[in-house]
Write a protein that binds this ligand. Structure first.
Ligand code: IPM
Ligand code: MG
Length: 360
């Protein structure tokens, strides 16, 4: 029975949203719906302060032992100018790599109550339900060689965009399997008109679809066009399958369709490990003000119950509570259309209150 999770609050607004997730887990434990043990560790800027490493050995050891990891957010401006290995983000990238988290699942769904919070017209985004499947441990993020060159007259920097057929195959299989449980439509996003990695990506994805998933309706789109189509007509998409770099950019763009990046959870998965985190960053400008929206973190818990604990009931309980709270006009600052909003911890309390009502 899985029941050990590692909590990595991290930096900026990370600890604030994590506290609200913990309230929810405590609530489930007290209702005897779960028997979850959790412990904390440091990652990112706080880990640099405490251990001089963005992913300390102790955190990695605990992560490898836990059934899954919940993460808040990473990064403070304080460490922005550090060399790469001493940047907070490097800790997260190393953790993803060490746990082999090659799949990143980012659901982009619209909440009816928030249709006025998006900058897009409500008819464009209503009932939108997109699943972005982003490859997470390859591509230009990890490709070697990389670095700065100091030997020439001019200084230059370089990175390597690289994908192997195996890396593309495993993420494509995940996306096709996910699509089989939805509308069976996959849009694979690449830049095959320019990049070799994308040519291999497109060929591989096409081959897998035609050999193993003949029920899937697959189409291909260049990243630049996909970025435009996402704003023009987001409802044409169901599952979006894409690489690490393109997925990073598209998912931030897509989050705005929902009204706030503060609403979107994510799951990073391998065959053995899982990490759940809101897709918003550490937002240092609003940290410690009690204004951050904890719902992305709370919905990340819903994903944890679905994927790690195979408990759809609790996952739905959380999602319904979020929906009901929003429907009743209870909002944090980022999603409220008026001056009437509640704080981070009040929102966490509301979710606990709604969840408790339905388990009694
Ligand atoms: C994300 C973030 C990370 C990424 C950063 C913090 C390294 O932007 O999860 O989307 O680029 O993957
Ligand atoms: Mg990002």
């Amino acid at each position: 029975m899985k029941n050990n999770i590692l909590l990595l609050p991290g930096d900026g607004v990370g600890p604030e949203v994590m506290s609200e997730a913990v309230k929810l887990i405590d609530c489930f434990n007290s209702h005897k719906l779960t028997n979850i043990n959790y412990e904390y560790s440091d990652i990112g800027s706080i880990a640099l302060d405490n251990y001089n490493a963005p992913l300390p050995e102790i955190t990695l050891t605990k992560a490898l032992k836990a059934d899954c990891v919940l993460l808040g957010a990473i990064g403070t401006p304080k460490h922005d100018n550090n060399p790469r290995e001493l940047k907070p983000e490097y800790g997260l990238l190393c953790l993803r790599k060490a746990l082999n988290l090659y799949v990143n699942v980012r659901p982009i769904m619209s909440f009816e109550a928030l249709s006025d919070s998006s900058t897009l017209k409500s008819e464009v985004i209503s009932n939108m339900d997109i699943l972005i499947i982003r490859e997470l441990i390859g591509d230009i993020y990890f490709g070697e060689p990389r670095g700065f060159n100091t030997d020439s007259d001019d200084v230059y920097a370089y990175n390597t965009m690289k994908y192997s057929k195996n890396e593309i195959t495993r993420i494509a299989n995940f996306a096709f399997d996910a699509a089989m449980h939805r509308s069976k439509k996959v849009t694979s996003v690449d830049k095959a008109n320019v990049l070799e990695t994308s040519q291999l990506w497109r060929e591989t994805v096409t081959d897998i679809a035609s050999s193993n998933y003949n029920k899937i309706n697959l189409n291909h789109m260049y990243i630049d066009n996909a970025a435009m189509q996402l704003i023009k007509n987001p409802k044409q998409f169901d599952v979006i399958l894409t690489s690490n770099m393109f997925g990073d950019i598209l998912s931030d763009e897509a989050s705005m369709l929902t009204g706030s990046i503060g609403m979107l959870p994510s799951a990073s998965l391998s065959n053995k490990y899982a990490l759940y985190e809101p897709i918003h960053g550490s937002a240092p400008d609003i940290a410690n003000k009690g204004t951050v929206n904890p719902l992305a973190m709370i919905l990340s818990c819903a994903m944890m119950f679905e994927f790690t604990f195979n408990n759809i009931k609790l996952s739905n309980l959380i999602k319904n509570a979020v929906n009901d709270v929003l429907k009743n006009g209870i909002m944090t600052q980022d999603i409220s259309a008026s001056n009437d909003y509640i704080s981070t911890s009040e929102m966490g309390d509301k979710i606990v209150e709604y969840v408790s009502k339905s388990v009694k």
